[in-house]
Ligand binder design. Sequence first.
Ligand SMILES: Cc1cc2nc3c(=O)[nH]c(=O)nc-3n(C[C@H](O)[C@H](O)[C@H](O)COP(=O)(O)OP(=O)(O)OC[C@H]3O[C@@H](n4cnc5c(N)ncnc54)[C@H](O)[C@@H]3O)c2cc1C
Length: 442
Amino acid sequence: MNSVNKADVIVVGAGPAGISAALAVARGGKKVLLIERAQYAGSKNMYGGAVYTTALKEVFKDDFKTIPYERIINSHTWAFLTDTGSFEMTYKNDDSTASYAIKRFNLEKWMIERAKEAGVYYIPNTLVTNLLLKDGCVIGVKTELEEYFASVTILADGVNSLLSRQINLRSNYEPKDIILSVKEAIKLDKKVIEERFNLKEDCTNGVNKQYFGTGFGKMKDIKNLFMMTFLHTFKDTVMLGVGANLADLTKNKLNLNEILDEVKKHPDIYPLIKDGETIEYSAHLIPEGGYNKMPKLVSSGVIIVGDAAGFVNSVHLEGTNFALISGKLAGESALNALENDDFSERSLLIYRKKLEKSFILKDLYSYRNVINKLYSRSNSLSVYYPKKIRELFEIVTSANCIPKGEQIRSYVKSFFKDRKITELFKDFFAFLKCGLDVFFGK
Ligand SMILES: Cc1cc2nc3c(=O)[nH]c(=O)nc-3n(C[C@H](O)[C@H](O)[C@H](O)COP(=O)(O)OP(=O)(O)OC[C@H]3O[C@@H](n4cnc5c(N)ncnc54)[C@H](O)[C@@H]3O)c2cc1C
């Protein structure tokens, strides 16, 4: 074994979680190898495009100032799409710098440079095929050509995490615990984007839109499909994507590419992307099992982080912040194990304690039933309430020579005529339970 193949810590996967973990170890003065299967980190990754700056600042400290962002995202819209239009709510704060639009490839490239500066040995273009075990303890990894050895291996290999499944640290997710997402990068002239979204030339503002509702196009008659559409503005591109539960897609025999095509034709979305050129098309999975499907997190000689551990809060489109902070905490836990020269499962469980103290396990716990509850009411959220809201706005915004009181009375009656009262109660209690779970937290 030569010295290049031996390190204190090996990190598999150079996404936000892996880079952050490697950086923490290098900053602690220990030797760390960061192995990535892609030729260029970021080229195999995909996301919507909004990265939360608090976690980036915590991991990259002063270097954060040089991050290659394209726009500051400080306008957030939540909208319900109906067959003819939409109902939307926007929160704007030009002073906010809470999230940035950064292209994934640029983000990873920048993060890798910072990690290398801190002393991380970066090995790209190398697929880790197996974990190496001795007496039940992970002692390193095998790639297609070499074996690498370390006291601690951190698995940051993303949502599929084949490696953690090899040692039964994590099971495979069921379709109901996975979102499939497809996204297009649509190129438009920078000036056109600024005009369409009312943005400044200096890129100090940007837009994030989340759309719910499926009652339009080919999805109109589908009862149980919980789907979300997202749109982010970049300098000269608009990122438009859709995500839907894999089980819903299979059950309804739906093709997500066709759904995205339908979304692009929607009267509210088409004007925003009109005449744009699709320059990139990508697909990715998002783990959604949350706290209830969380893996064991550690075993002797090994720790799991980021998407590989299912650390995502899809209600708020948060993933990179969970990845960055869980990576940092895993790196610090590895340093702790090295200091004590103890790489047993018991020693590495300090990682879980750190996660419990952070927002990660607190949030995952308080949201543990939210997604399932929302899915169970998906028809209400995606079709019924958007339709009822549209009907209410039609009454409020039109002058049709019918007394308003009469219209509103018939509207209220329609709530009980169109839908069984038991269903309305189920909706109410499901939303109330979600709210109470989050409010009381852990
Ligand atoms: C459509 C979509 C939209 C999203 N939008 C947002 C958003 O707006 N904001 C947000 O915060 N989050 C968002 N997320 C979530 C976010 O992208 C992820 O949570 C985050 O990237 C997870 O980081 P990670 O490092 O754990 O995993 P990844 O980013 O998936 O990185 C895993 C890395 O491991 C490498 N790898 C895998 N297997 C091996 C192997 N065997 N050997 C070597 N290398 C390997 C991969 O090539 C990859 O580089 C979104 C996700 C999707 C899919």
